[in-house]
Design a protein around this ligand. Sequence first.
Ligand SMILES: N[C@@H](CCC(=O)N[C@@H](CS)C(=O)NCC(=O)O)C(=O)O
Length: 234
Amino acid sequence: MSAIKLYTSPLCPYAQRVKLALSEKGLLVDEISVDPRKKPDWFLTISPGGRTPLLVHNGVHISESAVINEYVEEVFPEQPLLPKAPEQRALARVWISFADWRIYEPTHRLLLCRNPNEQDRLAKEIASALLFLEKHALAAHNGPYLLGDEFSLADISLFAWFEQVAVPERFRQFRLPTPCERISAWRVAVARRSSVKSVMKHPDYYLQGYAPLFDQFEAGMFDVPPANLHVTSV
Ligand SMILES: N[C@@H](CCC(=O)N[C@@H](CS)C(=O)NCC(=O)O)C(=O)O
């Protein structure tokens, strides 16, 4: 049994972020999967917010993927996932926040939107954020990662969005903007890492997981979308 417990849910991109950070550090973890649509009472006892991921270590319960990953980085500094220089660390955090607010958050709204005009507007908003990333993060150096040579928590925060990009593509006709050559090269470099290979799931896994939820959502079988569709930032 590992000293680290990680509570996840099957389609959760935020849990994937934490799994990738733990994998980078070679840490063993007990993973417990929770159904976000039928949260067991015992889960709500340890996680009053009821959200995944939740990390339990040394009796401490930590939620919020970005916070969990910073905790993991502080407690297990080997195989660092943040640069040494404060200004580079700050930059990593800027891109983590950018990913949350400019990419994940509008994607959440896009997935939960039934209005075609609004879907179109949100898709453009996300595409424009990706173009910003292409121009301002990845053009600042020769890559291959967001901060240059070093793979960091910034790459991890973005990885989980691209892992599931087939979902907005299939269910919301989202298209990645072109040309985004640097982003394409970044995806190739990230996918080559053994840690990524160990956690990454095939797009079909997400498409099959989301399909019944979208069917129910589009059929108006619930007004409030199912928790699985929560791709929230806060
Ligand atoms: N900002 C949070 C988002 C966590 C989140 O939204 N998790 C979803 C699953 S992907 C969840 O637990 N939803 C259930 C609910 O909100 O009740 C993070 O980065 O960890």
